[in-house]
Design a protein around this ligand. Structure first.
Ligand SMILES: [Zn+2]
Length: 420
């Protein structure tokens, strides 16, 4: 996929410069703030230093103990990715916002259960000259050391082609086992966007989209479970990064009957004010410029976390062919309409609340899928709503109602036919 060649979307640009993932943000809801790495044996990163110039730069991370590491480079934008076991980052505020020498900026955070990642944006193509960790010695803590040297684009690309065995995030196995044939209730997969190293967009006071949407998805799950009519699982129930394709695979493998991805948007002040919720379905032709901009930015999650999209099996291309699967498309639209109808009475809606665009997470050919943008983190009133438990409960009720409307006829038919 060539999205990497496209210019940074503004809202993600903001996410990157503002937010090392592990920095404490305003608590949104205590339930929404998992404590990754809270256990005693998790190594702690206590400080970080970057030194050197445009030819040679050294990155040093102080640690409570020596750890293993795997480092590799990615292009467009130029990045160095360092994969380590789960680390608790207790770095100074704003660490990573500004670099030095070849390092433009860096971010860090949990990428999966048991694994953390540091992603370093570099000013140009670099070669990893050395990457190692040292035991504590001579009054110095254990350290992770990374030496980068400037190189030219051709050599950089050659190194990637030869050496990089891009890390593949293992399929997550939270939730029930794939496809439980013994349980006839429809399975709904809720997909809180972003997570871990990818914070999503930022609110006016530093709130993270990843926390807002997780809290919402958890509330919606609880509402849906009350009736006992559905099985409900979340693609993530904690602060973990999950690549976009993995989210789609998660829903397909489990035979989901409905997939709801939950996000919150943000637009730069210069583009004026925007407010309210929007429900998106998949289309290769975005319904308007804002929809195109948003899909572009949401699809960049993998770039933020340093996942090499080019290494993914080409599900997306194959799935585009399958877009002709009209039934899935029709069901998706049906649910989206019903969601907008229900939200109308409880939440503020965007002036044009039903849209379509090419979101990667909506590309399962056989699972009706929608993406709900709850509102704008960049708009004061929206943000107030998004972070309020009362609004969350009310809005989750509306969506649960839309789910009932969507499944109602089918469940009724199923109940009649399944008398054994
Ligand atoms: Zn998002």
């Amino acid at each position: 996929m060539s999205t990497q060649a496209v210019a940074w979307a503004l809202c993600l640009g903001a996410a990157i410069s503002l937010a090392p993932a592990a920095r404490a943000a305003e608590p949104v809801d205590s339930r929404a703030l998992p404590a990754p790495g809270a256990s005693r044996d998790v190594p702690v990163a206590t400080d970080v230093r970057v030194g050197g110039d445009d030819k040679q730069t050294r990155f040093i991370l102080d640690l409570s103990q020596k750890i293993d590491l795997a480092a590799f480079t990615l292009a467009d934008p130029y990045r160095v990715v360092v994969d380590v076991p789960q680390v608790t980052f207790k770095l100074p505020a704003k660490a990573g916002d500004q670099g030095r020498g070849l390092v433009k900026a860096f971010r860090y955070g949990l990428i999966m259960q048991g694994g953390s990642r540091i992603v370093i944006d570099t000013k140009g193509p670099v070669r990893i000259d050395k990457a190692f960790t040292l035991d504590a010695a001579d009054g110095q803590p254990a350290r992770l050391v990374l030496d980068l040297v400037a190189t030219d684009r051709d050599s950089f690309l050659r190194t990637i082609a030869l050496a990089n065995k891009p890390t593949r995030t293992a399929a997550r196995n939270s939730g029930p086992a794939p496809k439980d044939d013994n349980d006839p209730r429809p399975l709904i997969v809720l997909d809180p966007g972003h997570g871990g190293i990818d914070t999503g967009t930022k609110g006016l006071n530093g709130e993270n989209e990843k926390e807002v949407v997780l809290a919402f998805a958890q509330t919606l799950r609880d509402k849906l479970l009350v009736s006992n009519k559905y099985r409900v699982v979340l693609t993530r129930d904690d602060d973990t990064f999950i690549p976009l394709n993995e989210r789609v695979r998660f829903a397909r493998q489990r035979g989901a009957a409905l997939f709801i991805s939950v996000h919150a948007d943000s637009i730069p002040r210069s583009e004026g004010q925007a407010e309210g919720a929007t429900v998106y379905t998949l289309s290769e032709h975005a319904s308007d410029a804002e929809a195109a901009r948003l899909a572009e930015s949401e699809n960049r999650a993998d770039v933020i976390a340093g996942v090499d999209l080019t290494a993914e099996p080409n599900d997306v291309a194959n799935i585009l062919v399958d877009l002709a699967q009209r039934e899935t498309k029709t069901f998706s639209l049906q649910f989206a309409r019903s969601a907008v109808g229900e939200l109308k009475s409880t939440a503020r809606l965007h002036r044009n609340p039903l849209k379509s665009a090419g979101f990667v997470v909506l590309r399962a050919p056989d699972v009706p899928s929608v993406l709900v943008e709850l509102g704008y983190m960049s708009t004061k009133d929206d943000l107030k709503a998004l972070t309020s438990p009362a609004w969350r409960a009310k809005t989750a009720d509306a969506l649960a109602q839309a789910v009932d409307t969507f499944f109602g006829p089918r469940l009724a038919a199923g109940a009649g036919g399944a008398a054994r």
